[in-house]
Design a protein around this ligand. Structure first.
Ligand code: HEM
Length: 463
């Protein structure tokens, strides 16, 4: 009775009573908001072309490698000359671009904006002190206009600087592809701003984000199947989906670990020449707010897992993940929001299922997420430690590590806290109620759930 009154007071709350509704919403958003690839990746291979009015931008971005290294003099004064005024023809062309063209232009502008911000690599130490960047009008105008249309701050994001900045060696821009077709052999960075030999290290680092989301496509497929099966109370199917989900997560972690090895991406090269340009660490279009660059906190698959598995807790990385959504494409934010809504109800279904096997498998997926985080922690520490003696200061792209911090200690501490939060998402095994849970569910149907071979003695499948 209490519940009915409550539900009438808050219409959204009634969703929690029937987990099928938010679960169906997740399915609908997955199909509508994640494009043809059903991944946090573009629907087609990113375009190689843009309408001719943007030619100056594309050709400038191609010239960056020859000018950006410190020994070549840097790019600021050159870009100031090239883009000394805001061209109305360029501004007028922006609203008519289709999504793929917008993504491509955003990548080009973000590459120009970020290289301008640092002028050269390694950056001069006083660049790290700069909080206001006065961009040339011809970059500022279109970048600001496009960011407004895309609905995020005017700064490079994981989407613009990693997830849309690639091409395939075996097909043209605009071609269809399946995420599982993307490999380290056929994916190349589209806009590189470094000269050999550093260009290869930038390419491997940046495409490792693309490949993570490519492997993430299978994770998302099984995650959505899991949510739907649990929401619609199909335990046998949910169990099978959770098994697939865990396997897909492990495959994603293995790929991450292989793609980010010190013999693939050299730590010294990474620190001195690759990493600095991805940071922003200054204001953009919101006065007084420092903006991050494209950090891992803007990666959709990890955010999706956190939402469904219930990873929260208020650590700095938890906060950063929330902020990270601001920099993601709107449809991706919508999908993650649908998972936020479904997550608590879905976990309640597992919690009250009385099925030990289901709880264990759910916890197996939480363990797989911890394992990704441990692997990332080990890799990150390796990079920060082996590049500690470099000449330039550093700030992490997501702003967790400040220029004056002990990078390794800060990184270790924040990652350890996030791993602890992840572990805390594990559900108490059936028969052992977690904090605040009812001690019995015997008031409902005592029949074991269909497809569950390990029912809790007096428990039941209930949602
Ligand atoms: C190779 C050296 C790397 C280092 C030193 C490193 C460092 C960091 C740092 C400091 C953060 C906190 C946010 C920030 O301040 O930027 C972070 C977050 C994150 N990074 Fe990395 N990262 C590295 C590579 C990668 C790669 C290649 C990926 C993905 C392909 C990745 C995925 C993530 C994710 C998902 C987070 C969010 C934290 C979490 O959910 O646990 N990182 N990383």
């Amino acid at each position: 009775m209490m519940r009915t009154t409550h539900a009438m007071e808050d219409p959204l709350d009634c969703l929690l009573f029937d987990p099928a509704l938010p679960a169906r919403h997740v399915r609908a958003s997955y199909e509508a908001d994640l494009g043809e690839t059903r991944a946090f990746l573009p629907s087609r291979v990113p375009l190689g072309e843009l309408p001719s009015v943007f030619e100056l931008y594309v050709s400038a971005s191609m010239q960056l490698p020859a000018r950006f290294p410190a020994e070549r003099g840097g790019v600021r004064s050159w870009l100031e000359r090239q883009f000394s005024h805001d061209d109305p023809a360029v501004l007028n062309a922006i609203p008519g671009l289709d999504d793929a063209e917008r993504d491509r232009l955003m990548t080009v502008l973000a590459v120009l904006g970020h290289t301008y911000r640092w002028d050269c690599v390694p950056p001069a130490p006083d660049r790290f002190e700069e909080r206001r960047i006065s961009l040339p009008p011809g970059i500022d105008g279109p970048w600001t206009a496009l960011a407004r249309i895309c609905g995020h701050p005017r700064v490079g994001t994981a989407w613009s600087l990693h997830l849309c900045n690639w091409r395939m060696t075996d097909r043209p821009g605009g071609a269809a592809y399946r995420p599982e077709e993307l490999t380290a052999d056929n994916v190349r960075v589209a806009h590189n701003w470094l000269l050999p030999p550093a260009d290869v290290h930038l390419e491997r680092f940046s495409t490792s984000f693309v490949l993570l989301e490519a492997r993430g496509a299978a994770v998302l497929r099984h995650l959505v199947d899991t949510v739907e099966a649990l929401g619609c109370r199909r335990p046998g199917e949910a169990l099978a989906s959770l098994v697939h989900l865990q396997a897909a997560m492990m495959a994603m972690t293995t790929a991450f670990s292989l793609n980010v090895r010190t013999r693939t991406v050299d730590p010294a090269m990474w620190r001195e020449l690759v990493q600095p340009t991805f940071a922003w660490s200054a204001e953009a279009d919101v006065p007084g707010r420092l903006e991050p660059g494209p950090s891992g906190s803007q990666l959709g698959t990890i955010q999706a897992l956190d939402a469904v598995l219930g990873v929260a807790g208020g650590s700095s990385l938890d906060e950063q993940a929330k902020v990270g959504r601001r920099y993601m494409p709107k449809p991706h934010r919508r999908f993650l929001q649908s998972l936020d809504r479904a997550g608590p109800a879905i976990r309640d279904v597992v919690r009250h299922s009385g099925c030990e096997e289901l709880t264990e498998q759910f916890n197996g997926c939480v363990a797989a997420l911890s394992s990704f985080r441990r692997t990332h922690q080990a890799r990150g520490t390796q990079y920060l430690r082996s590049s500690q003696t470099g000449s330039s200061p550093r700030a992490s792209t997501g702003l967790t590590i400040g220029v004056d911090d002990d990078a390794v200690a800060t990184f270790e501490r924040t990652m350890t806290a996030r791993i602890a939060e992840t572990e805390a998402a594990k559900l108490a095994s059936a028969g052992q109620p977690g904090p605040g849970e009812p001690t019995t569910c015997a008031e409902t149907d005592p029949a074991p759930p269909e497809g569950c071979s390990h029912p809790r003695p007096q428990g039941s499948w209930r949602g």
